[in-house]
Design a protein around this ligand. Structure first.
Ligand code: SIN
Length: 403
């Protein structure tokens, strides 16, 4: 039996047949698969009946296990986490925003292996965005503004105690342990040479983990990162992967972004995931890594700074172009900005309803983390907005991949 690699004809991805991963794989076959992986970035192995032991063995063909922070591993397998959601679960879909895995680490992982255990009959696709292609097609002007720059990456927006998987995250079947470790920051080049192939790609995204640009004022840096974000996940760079049971997908975190999607309400979904560490000794160029942490003072200000919201017209004025940019919301969303009103968004229509409520936003402008202490209600979508405060009556909202 010989390995067949068939490109899927999309922005990235190839289907691999002619190999049974439940049996040991020869070093020649591993080399062949790795070559295909570097070429296609996402490899799909359908019809593979694998145990958790098999999943670990196959992952190790790609490199050592990476470190999975914040998420509790499954029983008996410290290197496997379950991406799961029960049929009756109402918590926001896990990882429903564009990201590359754990890019806030000093040496971020090379790859991720995801094996389907329980696939819903509809929805639950995973999207991949090819970041070599996005860079190749990038307008010269945008590229020039990014060249040579380093972005700070941090897990604070997701995994700090105030993050979206922090203290307020309830009713989730996955066990996520938010921690202050998420406040660490790490700088990586925005345009980075792929460590193995040497080909340039955009590394990371402002939707998850990128929190600023080294040497740039916070607002300017975030504006540039948001402009980059809108560029890098356009449809022409995206492959939508549909799962079947017993399918293994291995993607290259150094060349693609990915995100989960919902659309399977009432059904269970479970996939088992391992992380493959990058091997710095393989890198064509030695990494330039800069570690930096948020000072105690700064993290204190996250907790202390509280701003009452007002300026509903401003919110509306900012929401409209943001919603248009994202092409409208597939699910109705209700955002309660307390005294500023409740905004109902459906498709591209936004309706504001007056409402007086005791709601405050707690945030540190430096960190750009949005934490709502009052009642924010986002139905059918993950709230991953970013709010910038410019004085206390004007609020600029950049909504990022709310679904
Ligand atoms: C992930 O980001 O690992 C989850 C992807 C998915 O659930 O589709």
């Amino acid at each position: 039996m010989s390995i067949q690699v068939t490109p899927n004809g999309e922005a990235c991805g190839a289907i691999v047949a002619g190999i049974d991963l439940s049996n040991p794989v020869s070093s020649e076959e591993i080399a062949e698969i790795r070559k295909a992986w570097l070429e296609h970035h996402v490899l799909i192995f359908p019809k593979q009946v694998l145990t958790d032991d098999d999943l670990e063995r196959v992952s190790l063909y790609f490199g050592e296990f990476g470190v999975d922070p914040f998420i509790k591993p499954i029983e008996g397998h410290k290197n496997i986490i379950a991406i799961q959601r029960e049929a009756d679960e109402t918590s926001p879909i896990f990882a429903d925003i564009w990201h590359t895995d754990w890019s806030f680490q000093e040496v971020p992982p090379a790859g991720t292996c995801l094996y389907s255990v329980d696939v819903p009959p509809e929805g639950g696709d995973t999207l991949y965005a090819n970041q070599h292609l996005a860079l190749e097609k990038m307008p010269e002007d945008l590229r020039k503004r990014l060249e040579g720059k380093y972005a700070f990456h941090s897990a604070m927006m997701g995994y700090s105690k105030k993050g979206s998987y922090g203290d307020k995250d309830e009713g989730r079947s996955m066990v996520i342990e938010a921690s202050d470790d998420a406040l660490e920051k790490q700088a990586h080049p925005i345009i980075r040479q792929h460590p193995e192939s040497g080909k340039e790609a955009i590394f990371g995204t402002a939707i998850a983990y990128m929190v600023g640009i080294e040497g740039m004022p916070q607002k300017e840096g975030m504006d540039l990162l948001m402009e980059l974000q809108r560029w890098q996940v356009q449809e022409e760079f995206v492959y939508r992967h549909k799962w079947e049971n017993n399918m293994l997908v291995i993607w290259d975190n150094r060349s693609v972004l990915h995100k989960a999607t919902g659309g399977y309400e009432g059904y269970r979904r479970e996939l088992h995931r391992t992380t493959v560490a990058d091997d710095v000794s393989r890198w064509k160029e030695k990494p330039v890594m800069r570690n930096t942490s948020i000072s105690e003072d700064q993290s204190e200000s996250v907790a202390k700074e509280r701003i009452s919201i007002s300026g509903a017209d401003d919110i509306m004025a900012q929401l409209k172009p943001a919603v248009d940019t994202f092409g409208g919301f597939p699910n109705p969303v209700k955002m309660n900005f307390g005294t500023a009103g409740v905004f109902h968004i459906s498709g591209k229509d936004i309706v504001r309803e007056d409402r007086q409520a005791d709601c405050t936003i707690s945030m540190a402008p430096e960190v750009f983390e949005l934490v709502i202490n009052g009642d924010i209600d986002v139905m059918g979508a993950v709230m991953e907005g970013k709010v910038q405060v410019e004085g206390d009556s004007s609020i600029a909202i950049s909504l990022q991949g709310l679904f």
